[in-house]
Write a protein that binds this ligand. Structure first.
Ligand code: MN
Length: 713
């Protein structure tokens, strides 16, 4: 087990002004908190946070990260609360510990590639601070090192999670050695046979190469020394898991992998890199096309080195990398340095996706002191998405600001259409609730539930909004077609299918289009009758029982009207001035051409302002009678002392009839003004007497099928 002074010494070596007292206090605090706990290995639990802190120190992190490493399991596994931590170690450490604890609660539940990607992003978004992620990686690395004490199924599950989530995160942050160690450890648990077989073959191969390697190393050292170049020579073996992957991916045998061993020469400065390369090429024949100058042209992530392959001693193919100490440091430990290593992530889609990481990399490169920068490296600033779970544990990525409806439509269009309620983390929530990372969402559906126009105000994702709009346009189209079908039946007396020629004359491609146009009222019925002359005899004019005048604005035939379908009823027509029309979106309405039926009478609302004189009401109502306009209801109100306001519900046959009536009333002595009301809300404004009101309402919904009031009277 690492000892605390070893850790603090390591920290002081790269950060001489570090707050060692803080680290020591965390050490004592954590040791006490975990005092009674043991690990599966039988060792004291406290060895674990100590090793995590030690790993963090080898990543050269700041004291807050080291302290977090020491404390990272206290809140989850002991009586210690976050408040205790905040009191003793301050806000910064408390936030970091909280972050690590939160990540620990994310349960990875899928091996599907895309899902894994979302989980990785959820982890990054949850981490919020880069240091949280690094502590988590150190935590996982130490757990992997001590995995052998667990039962097999647990080892496999943890290893799987490590390969899917944590190793790729380490890779993207450029912490190469953590990734490799994690992968190799996981590999040995997931595929023990393949792993030991490869280890074996690797050892054999190295034995075989040993002489070559030693000779090469000696030769290189000697020649370089003679030329006055100080160099550190490192033999590097390809790590097991990447070898295994390469063999699988490229379907090659062990012997066909030629970059099993690579030499790395670490020299003092940049000129020495080129000098060394020249020396190597003069000693051994280079393989054409394998030389890469990543010093002059660094990789997008800032990686720098010279790469070449040569035919070494015994004609063995050998890969050589030359770099300076600082390039080496950056390539090995550099946070976020390797996210595009070997072009794996170079596909354009991924490049977009990880642009935030690239930005992070650039910021890291610009910062003079990475430790200082870490404090500001808030990961969530870069993440434009939220990650939420379905009840079954599937993870969904949605744009920030998404609401439950967006989630429902992301699951399936039908789930969205029939969504009647949601629960977030088990609690009922409304449709406008903004989703947060890690929320678990349950959608309640009902076949009776259908989209409402209001949903368009809530939904944020294009997918949800488009689905809702499509639902409405389909509803309207279907309603129009249904109605058009009935019009057709009414007009022709039978259900007919027009031939191609007739359809062409009408400018419609199919019967459905024809029906839709008839239903919308954009195809005049006369046009249809012209084309289908034979059926004309049966046509008695279009029954109005498919179009209804709305009882809020009481439009008359010939008025400018707009229609809206009401399922099971037909088209409800409103006056264009009606508040129902003006307060809703224009695209909710259909143009309608309503001519009404000869001999029918329709109610409409009229307001008469007159002097409050004796006999005034009799004169007005008498005038209506003379004009053959039946009064259905009348309401009087005194105002301004000497005036009477009469609100009347009057039946007229059409606009022309109405104009005649209005003129006659206006001409009366004592009448100040006469106007018609079309702005809607008439059931309130006219305040029809009970009884008559009901009758009128009934009339409207029955569609004016009763006899005209004159003949009844
Ligand atoms: Mn831990």
């Amino acid at each position: 087990m690492s000892r605390i002074f070893e850790i603090t010494d390591k920290v002081l070596s790269y950060h001489p002004k570090a707050d060692i007292d803080l680290i020591n206090r965390a050490y004592v605090f954590s040791a006490q908190a975990h005092a009674d706990q043991k690990r599966n290995s039988g060792e004291p639990y406290f060895t674990h946070p100590m090793e995590v802190a030690s790993i963090l120190a080898s990543l050269r992190l700041d004291e807050a990260s080291i302290v977090t490493g020491l404390l990272h399991d206290t809140v989850e596994d002991t009586d210690i609360t976050l408040e205790d931590i905040r009191e003793r170690f301050g806000d910064e450490v408390a936030q970091l510990v909280d972050g690590v604890t939160k990540i620990g609660k994310i349960k990875f539940q899928s091996s599907e590639h895309k899902q894994a990607e979302n989980f990785r992003k959820l982890i990054m978004a949850t981490a919020k601070d880069l240091r949280v992620l690094l502590v988590k990686l150190a935590d996982r690395l130490h757990n992997m090192r001590t995995l052998c004490f667990l039962k097999e199924y647990k080892r496999k599950a943890i290893s799987e999670e490590t390969v899917q989530l944590y190793a790729p995160l380490a890779h993207r942050l450029g912490i190469h050695w953590i990734r490799q160690e994690m992968e190799d450890l996981a590999f040995s648990h997931i595929e023990p046979e393949a792993s030991s077989e490869l280890t074996h073959r690797m050892a054999e191969h190295l034995d075989e190469l040993k002489d070559t390697c030693m000779r090469l190393e000696l030769v290189l050292q000697e020649v370089l020394n003679r030329q006055g170049v100080k160099a550190r020579v490192q033999g590097r073996m390809k790590h097991l898991y990447s070898l295994h992957e390469k063999m699988q991916r490229k379907h090659v045998a062990f012997d066909e992998v030629y970059d099993l061993v690579a030499f790395r020469l670490i020299v003092e400065d940049m000129p020495a890199c080129y000098q060394t390369l020249g020396i190597i090429h003069s000693l051994y024949r280079p393989v054409p096309g394998r030389f890469k100058d990543y010093i002059a042209l660094p990789k997008p992530n800032g990686y720098q080195s010279l790469h070449t392959s040569v035919y070494g001693p015994e004609n063995h193919l050998i890969e050589v990398q030359v770099r300076t100490e600082s390039m080496h440091h950056y390539a090995e430990d550099g946070i976020a340095a390797h996210w595009m290593y070997k072009g794996e992530e170079a596909a354009s889609g991924d490049q977009q996706k990880f642009r935030w990481l690239k930005q992070l990399t650039e910021l890291l490169q610009e910062a003079d002191n990475p430790v200082e920068y870490l404090e500001n490296a808030r990961l969530d600033l870069f993440v434009q998405e939220v990650y939420v779970f379905s009840r079954d544990g599937d993870i969904f990525s949605l744009p920030r600001g998404a609401v439950p409806l967006d989630f429902a439509y992301a699951v399936h269009t039908d789930v969205g259409h029939h969504c009647m309620g949601v629960r977030i983390n088990g609690e009922p929530a409304d449709f406008q609730t903004e989703l947060r990372n890690g929320d678990q969402i349950e959608v309640l559906t009902s076949p009776e539930q259908t989209p409402s126009r209001q949903w368009l105000q809530y939904a944020r994702t294009p997918r949800a909004r488009q689905a809702i709009r499509q639902w409405f346009s389909r509803q309207e189209r279907e309603a129009s077609q249904r109605m058009g079908g009935e019009i057709l039946l009414e007009a022709l007396g039978k259900d007919v299918n027009l031939g191609k020629a007739s359809l062409k004359k009408l400018g419609c491609k199919t019967m459905d289009v024809l029906k839709e146009r008839l239903g919308q009222g954009v195809m005049p019925i006369e046009r249809l009758l012209e084309v289908t002359e034979g059926s004309k005899l049966g046509f008695k004019g279009l029954s109005q029982n498919l179009m209804w005048a709305a009882d809020c604005c009481l439009p008359l035939p010939g008025d400018p009207v707009l229609g809206r379908f009401q399922p099971g009823k037909g088209m409800i027509l409103h006056h264009r001035d009606c508040s129902e029309v003006t307060k809703t979106r224009k695209d909710a309405w259909l143009e309608a051409n309503w001519r009404g039926e000869g001999g029918q009478f329709y109610p409409t609302a009229i307001q008469v302002k007159a002097q409050n004189e004796r006999g005034m009401l009799a004169r007005v109502s008498g005038t209506f009678a003379e004009c053959h306009a039946n009064i259905d209801d009348i309401k009087l109100r005194q105002f301004e002392g000497s005036m009477t306001l009469m609100s009347l519900l009057v039946e007229v046959s059409n606009r022309k009839h109405l104009a005649t009536v209005l003129r006659a009333v206006k001409a009366l002595d004592g009448v100040v003004s006469v106007s018609r009301l079309t702005q809607g809300g008439l059931s309130k404004r006219v305040r029809v007497r009970k009884g008559i009101g009901e009758a009128i309402k009934g009339m409207v919904t029955r569609g004016w099928t009763r006899q005209p009031s004159h003949s009844k009277a």
